[in-house]
Design a binder for this molecule. Structure first.
Ligand SMILES: [Zn+2]
Length: 369
């Protein structure tokens, strides 16, 4: 048996480990398994999880997944009866689209968080004694950190039951948002940021006019992020964000934010399956990287900034924003996604991000929405 990790670059350690896991499962030597795939966003965690689910249930014996047996065909269309995908953060219109086109089983309606009763549905499903047609059933939780505390707790109950022939894969890019009790139960499979070579290899066939070393630098080697950056022209948008921040102009930032979300929506219509809420995170992360770069410049370490292409603009900004304000920017950056998870309206974001620059309290702004 040779396991083919098609479309997954680098990640040798994870691949080696998972190859042995797949062998064990195919020989049916394990009853149930809980894996946590941890690593930066966009380096192939979900793709790998799907390959594993596919490979375990594939009927082929040489190169697996064979791609032609009934299991493989169903898996490729995300319609295998033993595949349960939980995606906490996909936007609802896109969901409807996906459902129309592919009718996958047990995809959940994407409110921002998976509801507890939905987790209970999964639980009920797992009480069935055997998988429907495959050797194992797979529950893949994409972006597990986007489950709220209650859902995480409900999920924990699921983990406590020894469901037969069940593999649960929890995919996480921000492990600090996961309950420690979930963490401690999982076998962790670590995914690394891609090396520049792997990154370059991936984008070789793409016709892009952006400098790859820059793209690699500002996405920390995340292919998923890089593809989003290209689609939304985020390199250019970054400059507009930076200018609005520089001017302390929340209205201007709001405009940039809205136009960015519009591009995002247009792109999403073309992308059938992109289970990520990453766009808003991109916006917030870039803001965080501005703050970090400002600290570097203030500390005389200007050569080590992330946004090298924006160096001049950042140096100018560092000249008139005090260190206290920069530290306040870092605080907003760290808290912003939590506020959004608490269902604060996302249109508040530009105002909160500008607050430190104009000497307002970002907490007050979040609370007022
Ligand atoms: Zn197959």
């Amino acid at each position: 048996m040779k396991l083919e990790f098609k479309g997954i670059y680098g990640q040798k350690k994870a691949k080696d480990y998972l190859t042995s896991v797949v062998s064990l499962l195919r020989e049916e030597k394990v009853d149930s398994l809980f894996l946590e795939f941890v690593g930066p966003e966009g380096v192939g965690k979900l793709t790998t999880a799907l390959v594993i689910a596919n490979a375990v249930n594939c009927e082929g014996n040489d190169e697996i997944p064979c791609g032609i047996c009934p299991h493989c065909i169903q898996m490729q269309h995300l319609q295998h009866p033993d595949l349960i995908l939980l995606i906490p953060d996909m936007n609802s219109e896109k969901w409807a689209e996906v459902l129309k086109r592919r009718e996958p089983r047990m995809f959940y309606n994407p409110v921002r968080q998976i509801r507890i009763d939905e987790i209970r549905d999964v639980e009920k499903e797992l009480w069935r004694e055997r998988p429907y047609s495959g050797k194992y059933r797979f529950v893949i939780v994409v972006n597990g950190e986007n489950l709220n505390q209650y859902s995480q707790n409900a999920f924990l109950k699921t983990l406590e039951e020894p469901y037969p022939r069940t593999v649960i894969i929890f995919i996480v890019s921000r492990p600090e948002r996961i309950l420690p009790t979930i963490h401690s139960r999982a076998r962790k499979v670590r995914f690394d940021a891609l090396s520049f070579r792997d990154f370059q290899q991936y984008f070789e066939s793409f016709d892009i006019r952006i400098s790859l070393p820059l793209l690699y630098r500002i996405t920390f080697g995340s292919i998923g992020k890089a593809k989003r950056f290209i689609r939304t022209d985020f390199l250019q948008i970054r400059l507009n964000i930076l200018k609005a921040v520089r001017n302390g102009d929340a209205e201007e930032l709001q405009k940039v934010f809205r136009s960015f979300l519009r591009v995002k929506d247009m792109q999403e219509e073309q992308e059938a399956f992109e289970p990520s809420n990453g766009y808003i995170d991109d916006f917030i992360d870039f803001y965080g990287s501005i703050a970090r770069d400002l600290l570097y410049i203030k500390g005389g370490l200007g050569d080590f900034i992330i946004n090298l292409d924006l160096k001049e603009h950042l140096e100018e900004l560092a000249g008139f924003v005090s260190e206290d304000k920069v530290l306040e920017m870092l605080k907003v950056f760290r808290e912003a996604s939590f506020w959004l998870k608490a269902n604060v309206d996302e249109s508040v974001l530009p105002y909160a991000l500008i607050a430190p620059i104009v000497g307002k309290s970002y907490q007050d702004i979040f609370r007022s929405y």
